[in-house]
Design a protein around this ligand. Sequence first.
Ligand SMILES: NC(=O)c1ccc[n+]([C@@H]2O[C@H](COP(=O)([O-])OP(=O)(O)OC[C@H]3O[C@@H](n4cnc5c(N)ncnc54)[C@H](OP(=O)(O)O)[C@@H]3O)[C@@H](O)[C@H]2O)c1
Length: 377
Amino acid sequence: MFRCYFRRIPQLINSVDKHFFNTVAKKANILENYLSVLGKSVDYVGIHGPTAEEITKDINLSNKTCLITGANSGIGLEMTRCLSSRDCTVLMACRNPYAANIVARNVCGNSHLLKLYEINLASLRSVKKCSNEILNDQSKIDIVILNAAVFGLPWTLTEDHLETTFQVNYLSQYLLLMNIEKILAPDARVVIMSSESHRHVSWDFTHQLSPTEEMVSLPKHEYTSIRAYNISKLCGVHFMHYLAYRWLKSGKSVFCAHPGSFIKTRLCRNWWPYEALYTIMKPFSKSIAQAASTPIYCATSPELKGLSDAYYKDCKRNEESELAQNLHLSFRIYDLTRELLHDRNVAKDEPIRLEEVVAFPETKHALDEGMVANLSG
Ligand SMILES: NC(=O)c1ccc[n+]([C@@H]2O[C@H](COP(=O)([O-])OP(=O)(O)OC[C@H]3O[C@@H](n4cnc5c(N)ncnc54)[C@H](OP(=O)(O)O)[C@@H]3O)[C@@H](O)[C@H]2O)c1
């Protein structure tokens, strides 16, 4: 009996060996595939949906002009490339227009359709200067994509004494848009780059009733970079509600677009653990070309004609968070925004006049008395 077992030992070793080496080989294969994906983006259409290029394949944008903030990098650059390849003139509002010019001309085929503007969103002065230049140069803008953002910064204050993430991601882009509102085409579309992370803000009832500067422009002792980012993105969704309301009587529309999560761009550059996390997640997340699809869909798709005030994810309508749906909060954040800008002497946009608003019978139901009183003030 023992002899029988002894005879089988070499056989056993052989099979264990084969199994072992097969497993190791498979693992090495997976690892090799994984590492190759880390190096370059792969468009897994089935999993992550179409690219911006595919979304716009039947769309001609030859008479259109689009303004994009942060157009020199990541998703902004891909949107610039895609729109200019459809003959759209793209106004690239970038922090460093000289560097942006070089990048864009390397990437975009129709580089004669690109125009660069310098803007530092951490400075309201710079925003004002940039908007004046745009107003001087342009007579009509059809699409605006408020794309620029920062993430993962240590706590810093801007020259306007506001927390940087809040000012760059929200306040300055609010000001830019309101400054150029008068040259928006009658059927203009505005896309605010959003993020699912807006869902992670929780404010109690009292805070929702009257948001304060400290709630949006976080002081150092309350600051974490994720928190600041989430709040800035929540403010962006409320900005959409406010704009939709402001433009109720016009043909202009506004959308929020979530491009996807963990897209490996320069957004995560400010802190190495984020850089590592985004690198690890790269094989499982959208490519930059795919991430650009939802904002480009919102900006150009004929399917959205006549619609406004909607949050999109994966090119589909999605409900924003409960806090983001709170219209009362939208108007309170609008008040706060105007106050912050007013204190810094740059509040430009005219508030809506009450008679314009109540001319729409359906909006009467949407408003509570507080809002009406506030609008008239
Ligand atoms: N990547 C993701 O996983 C992800 C997920 C959800 C939402 N998003 C949103 O998608 C949008 C695009 O992000 P991305 O991933 O493409 O990031 P990105 O490559 O870092 O692009 C951000 C852009 O914003 C610009 N910017 C930053 N600070 C600025 C300032 N002070 N003044 C002017 N421009 C400034 C950057 O310019 P510089 O090159 O000069 O710094 C850059 O062009 C953002 O709104 C982001 O919140 C991204």
